[in-house]
Design a binder for this molecule. Structure first.
Ligand SMILES: *Cc1c(COP(=O)(O)O)cnc(C)c1O
Length: 345
């Protein structure tokens, strides 16, 4: 049985912010190999001012959650896919991939050590895990670092939607997120640095997110700054945009599986032209943080697309997908083999 959640934290009212917890996992790479790795209590990092991460942004990251299930277990959702994706991201930025088995061990170790910070079942809050890797030695001529640090810290985060998931309004961005053959398909800090200006502008204009189109033709839907997009057709099919510059969301891939195998829906993973969008019934953004946020309206330079479900609630098909996937995550619905990884085992 796991240790209970701390009783000095107001779990229901946590936001999505950083709270320092007791332990973080740290593993260092030097002379061509990873060291043993283990838990540390220091939440700060001291590095040379010339470390590669500071000068040339050699940095990749992941995001996943641990939570308590109805029957009191502490689990993670598909951490093997985070391990794999982080290795792919690292390879693209000339960093040594962190061994995938070791990644899972590190996840278990750091959650176990911070067990009291895993929010209680039913609070809606979860423990967010942030694995990341940076180039640490001084580099001034442009080249990859030779020394790296892999870390996972954890922070409890509140329920993404307080008082239900209200549909949001997104805008078609005039900026581009990721070039063809660029780095859009990896989880790297650099993709977020350049998205800050557009998201601040979008927020100032009253929009929740930017929806990016493909930079080459500006005719196809890509994704938002930090979430993939799903659409539901009039026939009740699930459509998700396919492009080499979209980040392969684990939530989106899980939703596709659930749609096909639990709900008997037809799934189309293909190029999606923006001109088709007004014909869709429902739209949502998907990622680890919110699972699915419903989109009620898209604003495109004065043209407005309103989805039939309106601005009050999630569309019915999106809701079914959301309930099924969160039911699987929370242990209320039987999960496909290997999706739920117990921390104690
Ligand atoms: C992390 C991320 C997502 C969501 O991926 P999940 O694995 O579902 O959390 C989507 N788009 C971008 C650009 C991301 O960085």
């Amino acid at each position: 049985m796991s240790t209970a959640a701390r009783n000095d934290i107001d779990w229901g009212n946590l936001g999505f912010g950083y709270i320092k917890t007791d332990y973080r996992y740290v593993c260092r790479y030097k002379d061509g190999k990873w060291d043993e790795g283990g838990l540390e209590s220091d939440a700060t990092i001291t590095l040379s001012e010339c470390a590669c991460v500071f000068q040339y942004s050699q940095s990749v990251f992941e995001g996943l959650k641990a939570y308590r299930t109805e029957d009191g277990r502490i689990v993670c959702f598909r951490p093997d896919l985070n391990a794999k994706r982080m290795a792919d991201s690292a390879t693209r930025l000339e960093m040594p991939p962190f061994p995938e088995e070791k990644f899972i061990e590190a996840v278990k170790m750091v959650v176990k050590a911070n067990e009291a910070f895993v929010p209680p079942y039913g609070s809606g809050a979860t423990l967010y895990l942030r694995p990341f890797m940076i180039g640490t030695n001084p580099v001034i001529g442009v080249k990859p670092a030779e020394e790296f640090e892999f870390r996972i810290f954890v922070t409890p985060v509140g329920p993404y939607f307080k008082g239900g998931a209200k549909p949001i309004v997104v805008k078609i961005s005039d900026f581009d997120r990721a070039a063809p053959h660029g780095t859009g398909n990896i989880k790297a800090g650099l993709n977020y640095a350049m998205s800050l200006y557009p998201i601040v502008k979008a927020h100032e204009e009253g929009f929740a997110e930017n929806m990016y189109l493909d930079p080459q033709t500006r005719t196809k839907v890509e994704e938002t700054g930090g979430a993939n997009i799903i659409f539901i057709t009039k026939e009740g099919n699930l459509v998700t945009p396919k492009s080499d510059s979209i980040l392969p969301s684990i939530t989106r891939r899980s939703i596709c599986y659930v749609a096909e195998n639990y709900l008997g829906m037809k799934v189309e993973h293909r190029e999606v032209f923006f001109s088709e969008v007004p014909g869709f019934e429902e739209c949502g953004l998907c990622g680890t943080a919110a699972v699915i946020s419903p989109v009620g309206r898209i604003y495109d330079h004065g043209n407005i697309i309103n989805f039939p479900a309106g601005m009050e609630e999630m569309g019915p098909v999106t809701k079914k997908l959301y309930d099924t996937l969160t039911g699987i995550q929370m242990g209320r619905i039987e999960a496909p083999e290997g999706w739920i990884v117990e921390i104690d085992k």
